[in-house]
Design a protein around this ligand. Structure first.
Ligand code: FES
Ligand code: CO
Length: 330
């Protein structure tokens, strides 16, 4: 069984779609195999319904929003954000009744994305302190599909032994093979990770320094906040989210908070540099196995793998807790 087949993954918030795309028209997204029709209600709040009309199964996401409801493209039945059919245009005087309905999922907006949880979420969407800090600007970076398990990408974000091999073309320094002073502090549903990493200078104003002070957080299962501080220069905070599509496919959602230290922000340069770094990772990550074994005996390790191993252990505990609860309820 692939780790992603565990039902607990239905109990987290995922940023499935940029709000800018929903402002154009309804959209379809497949989250963990569940097809969703996403649309904005009249208040501009995103809604997520099962993407299958209960009349003759057409995709609601091909329809239009009318009067605070999504209208099916086939015969125009309209559904509100709770999934209740509120109008059958061919029988306008009849109450559609409680049986004419489709499944609705929790959906809300944060950081410019529509977030969906397929079942009661275990944790809230993380609050990133930079979002409330006026000296930081939010920049949307990437929204694209990779053929990789999201857990491998999370591990990569927290793996300070790979830059000296993978990122030699950008910031990796061959003299600094691992992070110094690495520390992990767990909290419910995640952990903080701090350390220092020697990097190569230049390419980009951010790396005019040759040491990064890392202040990272991992939020189960697929959100990583990587705050990079420098002795001198603005902080760069990368938020990398992986939205699970299937066992070995993940929607990469990356945005960043860039500190303005008074010298202005060159958004194009930041995007170009982060794109280059991301493509270096993609090349290697897409070559890894689709499954991620949670039993530490199933792959070999080294000391710097600690954050990834803590992540695997916490995922294992979440799966076990969820399955124990499911058994108790029966
Ligand atoms: Fe949706 Fe007929 S299939 S209204
Ligand atoms: Co990398």
């Amino acid at each position: 069984m692939n780790v992603m087949e565990h039902a607990v993954f239905r109990r987290f918030w995922y940023p499935v779609m940029p709000m800018s795309e929903l402002k154009q028209r309804p959209q379809r997204f497949e989250l963990l195999g569940q097809a969703l029709a996403l649309f904005l209600d009249d208040d501009g709040v995103p809604a997520a319904l099962e993407d299958r009309c209960c009349h003759r199964t057409a995709r609601l996401s091909l329809g239009e929003v009318c009067d605070n409801a999504i209208a099916c493209p086939y015969h125009g039945w309209r559904y509100n954000r709770e999934g209740q059919c509120v109008l059958v245009p061919q029988m306008p005087d009849r109450d559609p009744g409680p049986k004419r309905r489709v499944k609705a999922f929790s959906c809300r907006e944060k950081y410019g994305y529509a977030w969906v949880a397929l079942e009661q979420p275990l944790f809230d969407i993380p609050d990133f302190p930079e979002a409330a800090d006026d000296s930081f600007v939010l920049i949307h970076e990437f929204y694209e599909e990779w053929r990789v398990s999201g857990l491998r990408v999370m591990e990569n974000e927290l793996d300070m032994a790979h830059p000296s091999y993978v990122h030699l073309g950008t910031f990796g320094s061959p003299e600094h093979l691992v992070a110094e002073d690495a520390k992990i502090e767990e909290f419910p549903g995640g952990f903080h990770y701090t350390g220092r990493l020697g990097v190569k200078q230049a390419h980009h104003a951010q790396d005019r320094n040759n040491e990064r002070f890392l202040d990272c957080s991992w939020y189960a299962p697929f959100i990583c906040r990587l705050r990079i501080n420098y002795a001198d220069g603005p902080a760069h905070v990368i938020i990398n989210c992986q939205v699970p599509l299937a066992n070995n496919r993940s929607q990469v959602v990356q945005f960043c908070f860039q500190e303005d230290d008074g010298n202005g922000i060159d958004e194009a340069a930041i995007l170009a540099f982060d794109r280059k770094v991301t493509l270096e990772d993609k090349h290697v990550l897409e070559s890894t196995d689709a499954d991620v074994p949670l039993d530490p005996r199933d792959e070999r390790h080294m000391v710097s793998d600690k954050p990834g191993l803590v992540m695997r252990r916490m995922i294992q505990a979440l799966i076990e807790d969820h399955e124990t609860q499911a058994v108790t309820v029966q």
